[in-house]
Design a protein around this ligand. Structure first.
Ligand code: ADP
Length: 602
């Protein structure tokens, strides 16, 4: 079996050439911890001198020197610690940055369908939060741990240097405290930590779903209880946290009590050593030394206690990062063939999503000639979006082949495929940058004139005219608001600029206002001119003029033909068309009624 690497060596893989920074931070932290112990010895010297010369305190001539030495060592310790933190921060930012870069690069090589399946929110959380967790670990926790381990070692040496009997006794509560801590930690704790993170993640995901669903909840006068899953995830999180806290309560109580109680053990020993007589000066001095020295045990052990917890957080973060890094990219066609023309063909294609029970497409075959427009219609869940995704190779088919210009998409290099096919999404996203840069994403070398031309063809002139800085206006800045239709037109300009010969178009389901709809349709008309078009139609108005319409139901092509032929065949399409006509007449009569009511109110 492959030996599992430690968290640290995994993290160091991301450090590249800068591993020495992390190691330097540990060395400096250990030196700083050792320096921090020295002032206690000087304080002890002061007390010793004062007790020895009492009551003639004028004889205590070394007090000032010893005081300054204590201060000097304390300052040195702080300066060295500062150096340790500088090194650890430099390395932590590098490692977290490299981790983000590597994960993002890997994501860009994964099948495009990955983001859709995993959920962009979840991917963002994994990339950002996991690398942030490792950043805190490397920048603060690791050097502190090096110091926290060095302190007890130095302490033990010093404890035995003065009076081994007091040294031994002050270690008793430490050992007992450790035993309590191990009872609490251990493998069970790692398991609980994982459960905690999963419960938290589930609750966050459900909260997002809930917020998305708020309009529905409000419209139907429901409460949070109607979101059973959200409520369930909160209950689950609550139950888990309460039982986890209860489990830790006992051991934690004993741990805190014990590591703070070293003085009680020391007093007991001092009394035993005195044996009912007056305490000797030597014993008293040693006793005082240990009383001032042992509180460091508390601080350093508290840090050590959190060590295993921090380790678990990092292990969990690394596991999440690996859940992405371990995913295999689609095999790349190295030699890379180029399609002969712009036709698209499905040959007996069957496909199933990795997490699904049934096939989304079952032996689907069709051919779209170069320059033709076809539309896919059919009931929701029929497989329309899947067909569109397979053309752009969001996933690979299980059986059969998807071909462009006679060449299997698996044999076309990814970059070439992206240049040949443009996918227009229903909710095209714009980035938080200028309109100019947003459009230029379609063709990074395009000039300003070409961008303006594309915006003009996509009917965006009115949008640009109303924006404060024209095409240089940054989207998302204060006061810049674009409606859904406006955003879509800008996204269409991007695709017009890219000028790919094959367009896969996921047509929007709803438009806020008819004016925008008319402009978007006009923009589409510009975009689709002379292209091979595969349109996923959620409404039937736009498909009437397609060269061929395919009706997809339950992953199979039920029917195919022109609009007229299909309407007259009395098939599923004819029924859909009839329903659609009825819905339009409803809309029209509703509008008429509205007009009449307004007229009556005058
Ligand atoms: P349409 O676009 O016609 O509404 P889809 O192509 O989206 O249909 O879906 C076809 C089938 O595949 C449906 O049964 C749907 O539930 C399933 N499906 C779609 N996306 C996924 C996914 N990411 N994971 C699992 N199943 C999916």
């Amino acid at each position: 079996m492959k030996k599992k690497k430690s968290n640290l060596s995994e993290l160091m893989q991301f450090a590249g050439k800068h591993k020495y920074l992390t190691y330097s931070s540990w060395v400096l932290s250990v030196i700083s911890a050792a320096l921090a112990l020295v002032p206690f010895v000087y304080v002890f010297f002061i007390i010793k001198e004062v007790i020895e010369v009492a009551p003639d305190f004028a004889k205590a001539t070394h007090v000032v020197f010893n005081g300054w030495m204590a201060v000097a060592f304390a300052i040195m310790s702080i300066i060295v610690y500062f150096g340790a933190l500088m090194c650890s921060h430099l390395s932590a930012f590098r490692i977290a940055g490299n981790m983000r870069k590597k994960t993002m690069k890997h994501i860009s090589e994964l099948p495009l369908g990955f983001i859709g399946e995993a959920g962009s929110g979840k991917v963002r959380r994994i990339v950002n939060e996991s690398s942030r967790a490792t950043e805190t670990f490397l920048a603060h926790q690791l050097p502190d741990m090096a110091g926290a381990i060095a302190t007890p070692v130095g302490m033990i040496i010093m404890l035995f240097l003065f009076d081994w009997r007091f040294g031994l006794v002050s270690l008793v509560p430490v050992i007992l405290g450790f035993l309590c801590m191990f009872k609490m930690a251990g493998p069970k704790m790692a398991e609980d930590m994982k459960k905690y993170n999963s419960a938290l993640e589930e609750m966050n995901n459900q909260a997002v779903e809930y917020v998305r669903g708020v309009p529905v909840v409000k419209t139907f006068g429901q409460t949070v209880h109607s979101f059973k899953k959200f409520q369930g995830s909160i209950d689950n999180y609550y139950k888990f946290c309460v039982s986890y806290c209860k489990k830790c309560r006992g051991p934690m109580l004993w741990f805190t009590t014990l590591i703070n109680s070293a003085f009680a053990f020391l007093i007991a020993l001092a009394l035993i050593l005195a044996g009912g007589e007056a305490i000797t000066q030597g014993v008293l001095l040693n006793f005082i030394f240990y009383v001032i020295f042992t509180p460091i045990i508390t601080t350093s052990l508290t840090k050590v206690m959190y060590m295993s917890e921090n380790g678990m957080i990092v292990a969990d973060a690394l596991e999440r990062i690996h859940s992405i890094l371990d995913l295999k990219p689609l095999p790349e066609a190295n030699s890379g063939e180029l399609p002969e023309d712009n036709s698209v063909e499905f040959e007996n294609v069957s496909f199933r999503y990795s997490n699904a029970q049934t096939d989304a497409l079952k032996e689907v075959s069709f051919k779209v000639g170069a320059g033709k427009t076809v539309a896919f219609v059919g009931p929701s869940g029929g497989g329309k979006t899947t067909v569109a995704g397979l053309i752009s190779r969001f996933w690979d088919v299980r059986d059969g082949a998807v071909k462009i210009g006679g060449v299997n998409v698996k044999d076309i290099r990814h970059e070439d495929l992206m240049n040949i096919v443009s996918y227009v999404f229903q909710d095209s996203r714009l980035l938080k940058t200028s309109i100019f840069e947003n459009v230029r994403l379609g063709c990074p070398n395009a000039s300003e004139v070409e961008v303006i031309n594309a915006l003009h063809k996509a009917q965006c002139d009115d949008i640009i005219a109303k924006l404060p800085d024209g095409i240089k206006t940054v989207i998302g800045t204060k006061g810049v608001y674009l409606s859904g239709g406006e955003q879509q037109r800008i996204a269409i300009a991007r695709v017009i600029l890219k000028d790919a010969p094959i367009i896969v178009l996921d047509e929007a389901t709803a438009f806020a206002d008819p004016e925008n709809e008319a402009l978007v349709q006009k923009a589409f008309a510009e975009l689709l001119r002379d292209k091979t078009v595969i349109m996923i139609a959620h409404r039937l108005t736009t498909v009437k003029n397609a060269d061929k319409i395919f009706v997809l139901k339950d992953g199979k092509i039920e029917d195919a033909g022109t609009h007229d032929a299909l309407v007259h065949s009395g098939s599923l399409y004819a029924k859909m068309w009839k329903d659609y006509q009825t819905s339009i007449s409803w809309k029209v009569s509703a509008k008429n009624a509205e007009v009449k009511m307004k007229g009556g109110a005058k």
